[in-house]
Design a protein around this ligand. Structure first.
Ligand code: COA
Length: 415
């Protein structure tokens, strides 16, 4: 079966996490992704957080599936010639270098346009135009500058970063969407364009509900679904809301049986209004149904923490899966706190290809996350990440270089 992006050629100048997330997605959707790396070292993540000496790290392998790797020294004149040939041949150049690095390599937007007016140049940067545009940025910097850290954590604690890589992988996702849209627009304009996804912007997009709350707070001085209500204090900026749900349905994380020894024996419990009657029945508090403090969603708001305390008395008598089974019968929205170990071992995720086992010639078998986007006519098969420079000769042959020329390039240090 064909793939959605069959025939699309990507010149992949990405490294670390944000850019590689983007090009891995495009590769899963069928694009031919040629990753350009420096001979010897390659993407710095090949050697970071290694669990096996001298073998590409899981950090690298899990972000670079379905790609080909070619080594080129972009600062060597002969290396530059190869890159120019690739620019002419490809549809998209994706990069997440520090600001200005692509220009310093000689690949300004004007130069790329001269070489290939249909070329789409897609970049991840830490910040968009403005005071910080020249800064180098990593994940947690973006989480802090994009509004996530100030709104994550508990009211009495410091700002917190989240384990979900919303700055890197989140921005890579945004960029991939921009690229696909630019490819679509090119069908009518015949021209390429620049696509920029700044990490601060990507994080803020994912935190938009907090900008919503900032404006609600400015208008009303209070947000009744936040744990600070009714007894805590609100300042002039959106506070950290602990585990409160971001929406209009109050929720909290509650202890389940075994919580004293198992750090993940918890469940997320949502007191959705339409199933309030069932909640009261399940936890044995039917008197709440008629009590004026609990009968309506509005009346319950000042008592939420007390209500969750009582519900927790019930969840503590069940393990998280037992609780799920009982609550699901009544359509009460809830979710177990799953550890990475439980996720890795979950058979249904293996079945759908969300968790995949891959074989690597040097590392052997390892688990990775497959394509989370499932398309009926464009299935994703996850193939292992390339070794450094594994496809250099293959790609050069496609560009018309002979074996002798490749040997010359090698001795000139261009590849
Ligand atoms: N041949 C020759 N030179 C190469 C090369 C190649 N194949 N690939 C990279 N380089 C050079 C670059 O041209 C650059 O040289 P220059 O500074 O002399 O112009 C140099 O390698 C370093 O690139 P840079 O991007 O600055 O890497 P870094 O390790 O110093 O910084 C980041 C890493 C991630 C902080 C930075 O790339 C960045 O801010 N990127 C944008 C935001 C981003 O994506 N952050 C998240 C990363 S997950």
């Amino acid at each position: 079966m064909g793939k959605a992006l069959d025939g699309v050629r990507i010149l992949d100048f990405t490294h670390v996490q944000s850019g590689p997330t983007c090009t891995q997605l495009l590769a899963w959707l069928g694009a031919d992704v040629v990753k350009v790396e420096r001979a010897g070292e390659g993407d710095i993540t090949r050697g970071q957080l290694r669990d096996i000496p001298d073998v590409d790290s899981l950090y690298f392998t899990m972000l670079n599936h379905n790609k080909r790797s070619i080594t080129i020294d972009a600062k060597n004149p002969k290396g530059k010639e190869i890159l120019e040939a690739l620019v002419k041949r490809c549809d998209v150049l994706v990069e997440n270098f520090a600001p200005g690095a692509l220009d310093r390599m000689g690949f300004t937007w004007e130069r790329v346009q001269q070489l290939n007016p249909r070329m789409i140049v897609a970049s991840v940067k830490g910040f968009g135009p403005g005071p910080y545009e020249d800064c180098k940025v990593y994940e947690n910097v973006a989480q802090c500058a994009g509004g996530s850290a100030s709104t994550t954590g508990f009211d009495d604690g410091p700002p917190l970063v989240t384990g979900a890589q919303i700055g890197d992988s989140g921005t890579g996702l945004h960029l991939a969407l921009g690229i696909v849209a630019a490819l679509y627009q090119r069908n009518t304009t015949g021209k390429g364009q620049k696509v920029l996804a700044a990490m601060q912007d990507g994080v803020l997009n994912l935190c938009r509900v907090k900008l919503r709350d900032q404006q609600r707070l400015a208008r009303t001085g209070v947000m009744e679904e936040y744990p600070q209500y009714p007894n805590g204090k609100f300042g002039d900026a959106v506070p950290r809301a602990g585990n409160a749900s971001g929406g209009g349905q109050p929720g909290w994380i509650l202890k389940c049986k075994g919580w004293e020894t198992d750090p993940n024996a918890y469940i997320y419990f949502i007191t959705q209004a339409p199933v309030w009657k069932d909640i009261c029945k399940v936890i044995g508090r039917e008197e709440w149904l008629t009590h004026p403090d609990y009968a309506t969603p509005k009346a319950r708001l000042p008592h939420l923490m007390e209500i969750f305390g009582k519900i927790e008395e019930w969840t503590k008598t069940k393990d998280k899966f037992e609780a799920m089974e009982i609550l699901n019968k009544y359509d009460i929205p809830c979710g177990p706190i799953l550890s990475m170990k439980e996720i890795a071992e979950e058979p249904s995720l293996r079945k759908t290809g969300t968790v995949v086992e891959v074989d690597h010639p040097k590392r052997g078998k390892y688990l990775t996350v497959g394509n989370p986007i499932k398309m009926s006519d464009s299935p994703s098969d996850v193939s292992r990440s390339p070794l450094l420079g594994e496809h250099t000769e293959e790609v050069l042959a496609e560009l018309g270089y002979t074996k002798e020329q490749v040997a010359e390039l090698r001795s000139a240090g261009a590849i």
